[in-house]
Design a binder for this molecule. Structure first.
Ligand SMILES: [Zn+2]
Length: 298
């Protein structure tokens, strides 16, 4: 299965939705009354008909590559006008899970009808959001960045400029890292939406400095810990936090670096954009966050 590019998606969308005029073809309403074509009732009806497009599902391959307990093949469909309206309403009422609700509606795994989308890794969620944005609002984006001299540079951005890194087929999962001094083998999973919620809950009961948050995150991502090939048993995540806290700073650094570089942050879509500033006559490459430009909301 080839990942689709935007031109293909656009073409398929054009074919799926036959060209329609906004003005209705019939000017007879349900009651049999003849109304002018430009009567508001006819216009509203025609607009609604135009918005109820045929749903087209597209195939994608998630960057987690089937390593995280769910398949790599996922089907996505563009957001309907109704989905967008619901999303905007939910976001305005700051309803929790509004983004997750969109993902639930517009994504499906074949043969897993009751999949809990909170089990997605955070980079798979970002991937889905970017793809949903790209199929719902295809075409070039106008973006603006600010260079070091604080000059505003406006540029075009295409979806094809994003680069995708997937978990390699041959990589062991959960990932393991061995601390050099204490010789503890640490098995780590990717961060998921469910775990993020657990972390938020856990942090509320602790002093929430950055290091604590990081240790709680590592602890909740820990699949198992071994010393000399023996499983270390533990009852709750806080015991793992205490174990991390007991390590020497150099051992702890090995785990933190591994966690930061080799787990979630390494995968999914990245955007390195070349720019040139006419004011300073200088250019370069800037790393940008794709989700800032590929949004599913207005
Ligand atoms: Zn400049």
């Amino acid at each position: 299965m080839e990942p689709k590019n935007l031109q293909m998606i656009q073409r398929e969308k054009m074919q799926a939705s036959m060209p329609q005029e906004i003005l209705p073809t019939s000017n007879i309403n349900e009651q049999g009354n003849s109304l002018a074509q430009n009567h508001i009732i006819n216009i509203t009806k025609a607009l609604k008909e135009k918005q109820t497009k045929q749903v087209v599902w597209f195939d994608f391959e998630l960057p987690s590559n089937g390593k995280c307990g769910y398949p790599k093949e996922i089907k996505l469909r563009e957001l309907t006008t109704e989905d967008e309206k619901i999303l905007i309403k939910e976001m305005f009422s700051s309803k929790e899970n509004s983004i997750l609700n969109v993902i639930r509606k517009c994504s499906k795994f074949e043969n897993i009808p009751d999949f809990n989308f909170e089990n997605l890794t955070t980079f798979d969620q970002d991937f889905i959001l970017i793809e949903l944005s790209a199929i719902t609002f295809p075409g070039e984006k106008n973006i603006s960045i600010t260079d070091e001299a604080n000059h505003k540079i406006t540029m075009k951005l295409n979806k094809e400029e994003l680069s995708l890194t997937s978990v390699p087929n041959d990589s062991e999962y959960p990932f393991k890292v061995i601390t050099p001094i204490s010789n503890i083998t640490w098995y780590l999973n990717f961060m998921t939406l469910k775990k993020l919620k657990e972390i938020d809950k856990a942090i509320k009961s602790l002093s929430a400095d950055i290091l604590t948050r990081l240790l709680v995150s590592i602890s909740l991502s820990t699949e198992k810990v071994e010393i000399n090939g023996q499983n270390i048993t533990f009852d709750n995540f806080y015991e793992i936090v205490k174990l991390l806290d007991t390590l020497t700073p150099s051992d702890l650094k090995v785990i933190i670096d591994f966690y930061n570089e080799k787990t979630g942050a390494a995968y999914g879509y990245k955007l390195n954009k070349e720019y040139y500033c006419t004011e300073c006559g200088k250019g370069g490459v800037m790393e940008l966050e794709p989700l800032n430009f590929f949004r599913i909301t207005i």
